[in-house]
Design a protein around this ligand. Structure first.
Ligand code: FEO
Ligand code: CA
Ligand code: CA
Length: 619
């Protein structure tokens, strides 16, 4: 391992020397600009976005800081009233109150405009912090505590109205809705009705209750919202001594999971009593935010794993392509291609495009000694690539339910925790954050390789690929690394100091959220170590940066409050308001009172960011 480590450091140095030779004055450039990959991309029409704000310094303050000329206000926080008759926030609210309030730990979100003055914001509410949600910090749980926790997760559909120059919450909006861990859902697609999805309460295997662990998201051009179920295993457990099989183990299902203990009051979450219930989670769920009585649909054709987000793009030939990360150490990167084509002139006809299609998983190859190369998408279809009954795969439904196992069988590359994927709206390039991985180079199935080049990867990196011929349904792609995060003030070794586009003024760790705006600026949100010590000295609180996908320049745009993660990003239709999530400020009882100050309970919040001159964000 050590040899490889040194070897990749040398590669970075060589690459940088070569670039220095080629370039003259520019000090900020893409990592490995002088590679065949970069020039191949340069042949397509690249639109370089303008980035004109002044970078903010790192911060350890308990507030959200944005550049000069910008303002950041709280749009809504955990527990804020969502309906006209909702009670005001109170840390001691019961489950009935929580059902009428904005959910906890907002994560991915998407803005759906209705008119210039009316819109819907669909938001994920990922999990809860018992230390703030419950009166005795969850040390013991009452039945209503569990109900409150179940009411605080899922989604909040929030109607917005544009008034006095700002988007604000409209508590009288008829589209306001809470979706919780108990909302009826339909299981659709190839795995629907499979025996592994049947329970005592649902012998059909097609009617699930609820969604939770809703991490990041997607939005479709036909106006639906995609919410992605990530760490669902945390919500299941048991006090019964029960064995779990290797399929369940692969998804983290264990009697040892004691974080939320819903099983104490709700047998649906007791894996001894309902061993198939966890199989009904770990899906991408499609929600119609324009119809508050619609039944959300779990789309099993997109596979079951710990879904981060769902990056949707319509390929040139009309097929819907969805890129999907599975955020766990050593898990994989996936692509879904729809069976049917998108019809831009009939949105109703697109409603079930995610019902049928083909799932693929990525395998990366590299030229010897280079941090770039080619890759292929391997099809996860029953009867192909060894996914046969003889090899333990009984049907397409089982391949979807245990997609991780199928991915391993076909030789997919193990990755450093794929978080968000984002597709450049102006090119065919796709970016994915690989947030960190302490197991890299430690576990035998996670060797140091070109695409995951750093042992124990403490800082994360951002992968970029370009599908062959710009075709998102192609079997192959070229890839390189857009950046390697690092700390140049602590490390001299270039692999730990980070790629050339990282410097003492813009450094950060653990990229997680990722999104392009309409102009093609790449926004990078972090969920990293905010200790500001050791490897992370000088990095401060979690933050958001803006990347130029053409030059590689990275500039810090926002710093968050104490012990938060910055996650969730969307824009108003005119790009003049940015919505950004501040999740779990004060986590693990760190001293945050964001956003209300004083001695208040810290609350996850959505920030509304605008320019004082009313201009486009970032431009
Ligand atoms: Fe919910 Fe992988 O972040
Ligand atoms: Ca995340
Ligand atoms: Ca993360």
């Amino acid at each position: 391992m050590v040899n490889k480590h040194v070897q990749f450091s040398e590669i970075i140095n060589k690459g940088l020397s070569r670039r220095r030779f080629i370039q003259t004055s520019s000090t900020v450039a893409a990592f490995f600009t002088a590679t065949p990959m970069a020039s191949a991309i340069a042949k397509t029409t690249l639109k370089e976005p303008s980035i004109n704000f002044k970078q903010v310094p790192v911060s350890t303050a308990d507030t959200a800081i944005v550049p000069e000329g910008y303002q950041a206000d709280v749009l809504i926080s955990w527990g804020s009233p969502l309906f006209a008759d909702s009670p005001a926030f109170s840390p001691s609210a019961n489950s009935d109150a929580q059902l009428k309030q904005f959910g906890d730990n907002n994560d991915g979100m998407a803005f759906f405009p209705l008119t210039n003055e009316r819109a819907v914001l669909a938001v994920n509410n990922e999990y809860t912090n018992y230390e703030y949600l419950l009166p005795n910090q969850g040390k013991t749980l009452s039945a209503d505590d569990v109900k409150k926790a179940q009411a605080a997760v899922g989604n909040s559909i929030v109607e917005l109205v544009y008034k006095n120059g700002h988007w604000i919450v409209n508590q009288n909006g008829r589209l306001n809705r809470r979706i919780t861990a108990n909302t009826p859902m339909e299981i659709t697609g190839v795995a629907a009705g499979h025996p592994l999805l049947k329970t005592k309460a649902d012998p059909t295997g097609t009617r699930a209750l609820g969604t939770f662990a809703n991490c990041a998201n997607g939005a479709t051009p036909w106006g639906t919202y995609l919410t992605c179920e990530e760490n669902f295993d945390d919500f299941f457990g048991t006090d019964t001594n029960v064995a779990v099989d290797s399929n369940q183990e692969r998804y983290g299902i264990s009697p040892e999971n004691k974080d939320y203990r819903w099983y104490e009051h709700d047998p649906r979450f007791d894996i001894a009593q309902n061993p198939n219930e966890p199989n009904r989670f770990g899906w991408v769920v499609e929600i119609d935010p324009m119809n508050p009585t619609s039944i959300p649909k779990k789309r099993t054709a997109l596979g079951r794993f710990k879904h981060e987000n769902a990056a949707v793009t319509i390929n040139n030939d009309g097929y819907v392509v969805v890129y999907l990360g599975d955020d766990e150490r050593g898990e994989h990167l996936y692509r879904f291609v729809s069976k049917n084509k998108y019809n831009p002139s009939n949105q109703e006809a697109n409603r079930d495009l995610l019902e049928e299609g083909t799932l693929y998983v990525a395998k990366f190859d590299a030229k010897d000694g280079e941090l770039k190369g080619t890759g292929q998408w391997i099809e996860l279809t029953f009867g192909k690539n060894g996914l046969t009954a003889e090899n333990g795969f009984a049907s397409q439904a089982e391949i979807m339910i245990f997609a991780r196992k199928a991915a391993t069988h076909v030789g997919a590359t193990t990755m450093d925790r794929p978080e968000w994927v984002a597709v450049n709206p102006h090119t065919s390039e796709v970016f994915c954050t690989l947030t960190n991985n302490k197991n890299r180079g430690v576990k035998p199935n996670q060797p140091v390789d070109a695409v995951n080049p750093r042992e124990k990867n403490p800082y994360g990196h951002i992968l970029r690929w370009n599908p062959s011929n710009g075709n998102h349904t192609a079997a192959t792609f070229d890839w390189d690394l857009y950046l390697i995060a690092g700390n140049p003030t602590v490390h001299k070794d270039s692999l730990m100091a980070g790629s050339k586009n990282i410097n003492k003024d813009n450094m950060f760790n653990c990229p997680d959220g990722l999104g392009f705006d309409k102009d093609g600026r790449l926004w990078i949100l972090t969920d990293g170590d905010d200790s500001n010590k050791g490897n992370f000295a000088g990095m401060g609180n979690n933050q958001m940066l803006c990347g130029n996908p053409v030059t590689g320049e990275i500039r810090r745009f926002l710093t968050g409050p104490i012990a938060c993660e910055i996650t969730g990003i969307t824009f108003s239709h005119d790009s003049k308001t940015m919505f950004v999530g501040v999740q779990h400020p004060g986590e693990e009882q760190a001293p945050s009172h964001f956003p209300d100050g004083g001695h208040s309970t810290p609350r996850s919040s959505i920030m509304r960011i605008t320019r004082k001159d009313g201009g486009v964000i970032g431009a």
